[in-house]
Design a protein around this ligand. Structure first.
Ligand SMILES: [Zn+2]
Length: 303
């Protein structure tokens, strides 16, 4: 297994394609994993790679039961409701950054290479969500939007949710410009939050061998280090998820580049990893709340 420090209930699970991370507290509620550099994953609907076949297999499903997204760094929700009976393939590669479902015959996938993958499951109904949150999605409140969507669509109580925040670029390496902080502020984030999430110094500079790009060369105005783990954990707690139910792997994709893909390290040729989750068979999720399933989601999709 890869030599990385595991924390907060995270553990390795060995799959035919190699090791993948899972979160122990979430594992009892939903089959899920965060993949590493293996398997290699295709980037779009025309790329039906063997990697996706492997991911589907890890979830005990055929590849046509995977639901992936054209991710756009926003807070749009794509929901697949049991009562609609829509084939997963009809919504596969829809545009959005959040997936929610009460179906146990599909797996929800988000793709990342530095951005934050967040997986959620409800202890009461078992309904699940997957979130892609880069800095733009984090600024816009994607994690909270997922909680709100689960509450409105399935009557989930946030206090019953368990969340796992997977590997992504950490506050040791995520150097950003002050304009990123400005965008968080413009999105309505208050100063106490910004002071927690942005720092003038990397959290543990010795951890990562990568010298940050020189601010003079990168054109960054007043470089800062962004802690997307803290930002997303805070947002989940503010949305009502108990702090003890929010688990973060705190593994940096840039520091552990031998294990994970990192866009900062590899640039545009960086591969992608999957955060994938499937509802366990068992108690059926609640019917979608009245008026939500068809009107608010415009069929199944909320823009
Ligand atoms: Zn790092």
């Amino acid at each position: 297994m890869p030599e990385v420090p595991l924390a907060d209930g995270f553990e390795w699970a060995l799959h035919p394609f190699g090791p993948a991370l899972r979160c122990g507290p979430l594992h009892g509620l939903a089959r899920h994993c965060f993949t590493t550099r293996a398997p290699a994953l295709g980037r779009g609907p025309s790329d039906a790679s063997a990697g996706w076949l492997a991911v589907a297999g890890a979830m005990g499903l055929a590849p046509d039961r995977l639901l992936r997204l054209r991710q756009v760094h926003g807070t749009a929700v794509v929901a697949l409701h049991r009562v609609d009976g829509v084939p997963a393939a009809d919504l596969d590669w829809s545009t959005g950054d959040i997936l929610v479902s009460d179906r146990d015959d599909v797996a929800l996938c988000v793709r990342v290479a530095d951005c934050v993958p967040i997986l959620l499951a409800d202890r009461a109904s078992g309904v699940v969500a997957a979130v892609h949150a880069g800095w733009r999605g984090t600024a816009a409140g994607a994690a909270a939007a997922a909680v709100e969507s689960l509450a409105s669509a399935y009557g989930v109580r946030p206090r019953n949710l368990v969340a796992a925040i997977g590997p992504s670029i950490g506050p040791c390496c995520y150097r950003v410009g002050a304009e990123v902080r400005d965008e968080f502020e413009a999105a309505g984030r208050w100063h106490g939050e910004l002071d927690r999430w942005f720092s003038a110094e990397p959290s543990s500079p010795a951890l990562c061998g990568i010298p940050g790009r020189d601010p003079a060369d990168s054109g960054l105005r007043a470089p800062l280090f962004l802690d997307t783990w803290a930002a997303n954990a805070d947002q989940l707690r503010l949305a009502g998820v108990p702090p003890a139910h929010v688990h973060a792997s705190r593994l940096c994709t840039s520091c552990y580049r031998e294990v994970f893909h990192s866009h900062r390290v590899d640039g545009d040729r960086a591969g992608r990893m999957a955060g994938v989750i499937r509802k366990r068979p068992g108690p059926e999720g609640r019917e979608p709340a009245s008026g939500i399933g068809t009107s608010r989601f415009g069929g199944r999709r909320r823009g």
